[in-house]
Design a protein around this ligand. Structure first.
Ligand SMILES: Cc1ncc(COP(=O)(O)O)c(C=O)c1O
Length: 407
């Protein structure tokens, strides 16, 4: 992708390639050709921007959108007025705006016994039948109706169907270890889900969609695709975890490129400590470059570099004048607003040169010159999900499609 020029003075930006999101959804649909696809756009589209990500996912063939919170789901409906798409919300707390959700034509999740009464009350207030998905806990032990509570929830849901308050259109669950191929919990959860479907069927519920597959299952477990797959991270072009290879192995490409520009380039003598705590000491007379992004922008402080280990990777010069650049590691502590690179003696970089923290390539671990979010996850001891999702609000997102910046 060709990157647009930096606006004068902008210290950092995240360029989001909307075509990558559409193409990733197309690639995922090819993986699950018999299922509908719900693009999960919670958490501001995993940091990419909820509405632009949602529109790009719809362009790629998603017919459902997944949200965690009521505010996200209502934001989708408000921002995509008139779009022919189903929206599901699954993380609700007592007192959630059920009536507003039903009025806005959002499918709501019953993930605990209390939610049935509230969704029924919301439907009565809205004067409409609520579309409900029952989320069952099949072994993640997080959200979802516990197996022991399911017969009663299913029986009460069937009664509320009969009285017209709701219709159970979906039954779903979420996998704990789908990103670990062969993990024994996968087969156990699949069996528990089949058992849960028998319980809901016995109560007379006839859901349109049964769904279980996150990105990892969409990519690697076709037997779990069922009626609808719910990929999140792969929509944004990232692999669900190191055990599942690189994005390119799955026909995916990262949508987000996080760039900054050197704010200062200067000489530092050998033996000097660099950044807070002097974790890093220069081994020779050298040139250091200041990158004006830090943990307030989402750069993990755990990816500081020094005696305890190498810092996060940064490509210097990549993206400017078509150059691939070279990859350096953060020298010393990542600060709130800035970090330092040891550019080496006689470095030719200047203030204003572009640096890329991560972007659309398979990453340094895979022989490419631009690191990816997984490389930063490795450096920080976390997962790529956290790297893209935590990108700070002060980093402007620049949307690009067909080589043009979208306004
Ligand atoms: C219920 C549910 N479905 C699907 C997803 C998407 O998961 P992934 O991003 O691993 O594809 C999530 C994300 O955590 C989720 O909570």
């Amino acid at each position: 992708m060709t990157f647009p020029a930096f606006d004068g003075g902008t210290p950092a930006r995240a360029v989001v390639d909307l075509d990558a999101i559409s193409d990733n959804v197309r690639a995922l649909r090819e993986r699950a050709p018999s299922s509908d696809l719900m693009a999960v756009v919670k958490a501001d589209g995993y940091g990419h921007g909820m509405l632009p990500a949602a529109r790009a996912a719809l362009a790629g063939g998603a017919t459902w959108l997944g949200a965690a919170t009521a505010a996200e789901a209502l934001g989708l409906r408000a921002g995509l007025a008139g779009a022919d798409v189903r929206v599901l919300v699954w993380l609700l707390t007592p007192g959630a705006p059920f009536a507003d959700l039903v009025r806005a034509d959002v499918d709501v999740t019953v993930a605990a016994p209390w939610a049935l009464d509230e969704v029924a009350a919301g439907a009565r207030a809205a004067g409409r039948t609520a579309r409900v998905h029952v989320k069952v806990d099949t072994g993640l032990s997080r959200g979802g109706v516990a197996a022991g509570d399911l017969p009663d929830v299913a029986r009460r849901a069937a009664a509320l169907e009969a009285s017209g308050e709701l219709r159970v259109v979906g039954v779903f669950s979420h996998l704990a270890c789908a990103d670990e191929p062969g993990h024994p919990s996968i087969a156990r959860q699949a069996a528990a889900f089949t058992a849960a479907l028998e319980v809901t069927a016995a109560a007379g519920l006839r859901p349109e969609v049964r769904h279980l597959a996150n990105s990892a299952a969409t990519l690697t477990l076709p037997e779990l695709h069922l009626d609808l797959v719910r990929p999140g991270i792969s929509v944004y072009g990232l692999a669900p975890g190191p055990l599942l290879g690189a994005p390119g192995d799955h026909g995916l490409r990262p949508a987000m490129t996080f760039q900054s520009r050197l704010a200062n380039v200067k000489q530092v003598a050998a033996g000097e400590g660099v950044s807070y705590g002097h974790l890093y000491t220069t081994s020779q007379d050298t040139t250091v470059g200041l990158v004006p992004v830090g943990y307030a922008d989402g750069v993990p402080r755990h990816a500081s570099g020094g005696s305890a280990g190498p810092g996060g990777p940064v490509a210097v010069g990549a993206g400017s004048a078509g150059s691939a650049g070279r990859v350096l590691r953060v020298a010393g502590r990542v600060c709130m607003d800035q970090l330092v690179l040891d550019l080496g003696p006689g470095a030719g970089e200047r203030a204003g040169d572009v640096v890329t923290l991560f972007g659309s390539s398979d990453g340094v671990a895979h022989g490419a010159a631009i690191p990816n979010a997984q490389d930063w996850a490795d450096a920080a001891g976390t997962i790529s999900y956290e790297i893209v999702t935590r990108l700070g609000a002060r980093v402007p997102r620049v949307y690009v499609s067909e080589g043009k910046v979208q306004q």
